[in-house]
Ligand binder design. Sequence first.
Ligand code: HEC
Length: 139
Amino acid sequence: MRKLVLFGVLALGAAGTWVYAQSSEKAASNLTAPTFTEKQAQAGETVFNASCAGCHGKELQGGFAPALKGDKFIAKWSADGKTVADLYTKISTTMPKGKPGSLTQDQYENIVAHILATNGFKPKELRKEDLKNYSLDAK
Ligand code: HEC
């Protein structure tokens, strides 16, 4: 029994290391600017105003809670190899404060799009001039 437990712990440890290695490998390779659609950002603004703006401000300028735009915010959430997934996880697992996890995945995705748009990232729709960068072969 003891041996079995020990094996279990070792196996978990090994799996954890493997998952960790996988994710840090992913984060290190070719990060690109995040993409989202205008529609997501607009839907996100509606949810944000209802669920987040009371503490973070309608313009994301901060107030009771930290600002969610500006150089400091961008620096904090891109430091140490952080990706937008880290920001998403922070939001979806701890916000709205007092009711963490109470929104749907769609709503959290849309909120992230709204935060990106407010920080100057541009929605990426199909544009003629970009088409030369796209191949039907590259899904
Ligand atoms: C009741 C007030 C309140 C509400 C509502 C709220 N937050 Fe927050 N939020 C806070 C406080 C306080 C902090 C700082 C402490 C912390 O990080 O937990 C914070 C931190 C954050 C951070 C990290 C900021 C940083 O500089 O690291 C993000 C991102 C965030 N909130 C997003 C949201 C989003 C998105 C919503 C809506 C779904 C939301 N919050 C709703 C109070 C709130």
